[in-house]
Write a protein that binds this ligand. Sequence first.
Ligand code: SF4
Length: 397
Amino acid sequence: MDTKAFRRTLQKSESYHRKGFGHEEEVAGVMQSAYQSPLIQAIRDNQYHFTQGNVTIHLAQAFGFCWGVERAVAMAYETRQHFPDERIWITNEIIHNPSVNQHLRDMQVEFIALIQGEKDFSGVQPGDVVILPAFGASVQEMQLLNDKGCKIIDTTCPWVSKVWNTVEKHKKKAYTSIIHGKYNHEETVATSSFADKYLVVLNLDQAEYVCHYILKGGNREELMAKFAQAYSQGFDPDIDLERVGIANQTTMLKSETEQIGKLFERTMMKKYGPAQLNDHFQSFNTICDATQERQDAMLSLVEEDVDLMIVIGGFNSSNTTHLQEMAIARNIPSYHIDAVDRILSPAQIEHKPLGRGIEVSDNWLPEGKITVGVTSGASTPDKVVEDIIEKIFALKN
Ligand code: SF4
């Protein structure tokens, strides 16, 4: 399928919208009351530090809603304003944040159901309005919705579209896209749908495994089993790793994406020599600014003297998980929570330790004077951060 031509045609269609509908003013009030916070503004104005009683909060200098998410949420709200009576669907959580998704449900926006891991579009009728979330949708989904005669509201973040364009460039020159991401994350599913040949690598370890295979060969069956579900149909490691280009899920750790890119570059240089490098390797900068800023701010925050770190964001939010990894790397007690209700009492907190399910921990809040580091992922409204800080103040004072 010529995905580029399809996208171009779709973008010209009258049923396709990727800008707002001019209702910014109507939705500004809802956005402000539901997502913004006077307390957070006060902390920002006070150089990101704030003390109340025996609690000092150190807030990361970049955190929370990125402009891509804010834009997607505002567009979704505008969609309801613009189509007050139509049936409105969304193909996925608009962003990984429970409160935002609940607001959409309250506006009668329906989520496409998953049946045995597959999305069930059978209820979607011609003329229905369908919102594509901030991390996009696969080209097959777009085609299906277009064929059904739906109105498509595409809130895909332009940074994500930029990665799709990169993958299209790889395809044009017959490079295999090496995508740094989680093969089953919605964004990576969408990105890989624009590729011809692709292989998704989760981390540096997996990238090293692949690069070793490129240089030294290895057990083909083992590679295919290790990356099952993470490569394109018909992928052949002995042919399709001769020319590679780098792409990424925009919310992965920036430093790791860079390391993976450099590793593949070195590998191709060793194998084919510097003069041939450009025929075997391509890389474009597709790391989103917002993810980078939040990660950089967290790197500074973990240098500060904090007793514990609260990392706020949806449990399936990649960029939030990466923020927590940074606290763990510095041995700072850290708690990843998605809402204020997870704080059960001064003695107990319900949270998600890295790589495990939700657990309850005891004695999380130290006695006496404390300093708490706080950050939140790109899909977390300031209001959620405010509620959590207020709760900590209330428990301690
Ligand atoms: S984190 Fe970056 S890529 Fe993702 S929605 Fe925000 S601005 Fe866009």
